[in-house]
Design a protein around this ligand. Structure first.
Ligand SMILES: [Zn+2]
Length: 116
């Protein structure tokens, strides 16, 4: 294992996923850990990401809750899928109907004015 050559930071100067994962696993060299800690002090994004990873790893129960919830949400979305697919069609129909109505009203008014 040659972790010394591993890139800890991406092009944007933030921690890579691998770096965060290795940091949590505790498989990094002390000087890499020091570099990461230094970055975490200055970077909200990475420290928040690390916090999220840490919580995810800590609670397997929470993860299964999330899987349960996303399954429920997916099911709900699927049952509404038919309605959602009809929506663009409904919008087009209602726009066309109101255009036709507008045209009819326009011609009635025009004819009324011409006759008058
Ligand atoms: Zn960062």
């Amino acid at each position: 294992m040659n972790r010394r050559n591993k890139r800890l930071f991406n092009v944007g100067g933030c921690l890579t996923l691998e770096a965060i994962s290795d940091f949590l696993k505790g498989t990094l060299a002390p000087h890499d850990i020091r570099k990461i800690n230094q970055h975490l002090e200055n970077c909200m994004v990475c420290s928040e990401a690390l916090k999220g990873f840490r919580n995810q790893r800590r609670s397997g129960a929470m993860r299964s809750d999330i899987a349960f919830l996303s399954g429920k949400i997916r099911k709900r979305y699927m049952s509404h899928g038919r309605v959602n697919r009809l929506m663009p069609f409904m919008i087009i129909v209602s726009v066309l109907l109101s255009l036709i109505l507008l045209l009819v009203v326009y011609y009635i008014i025009r004819n009324f004015l011409a006759a008058g």
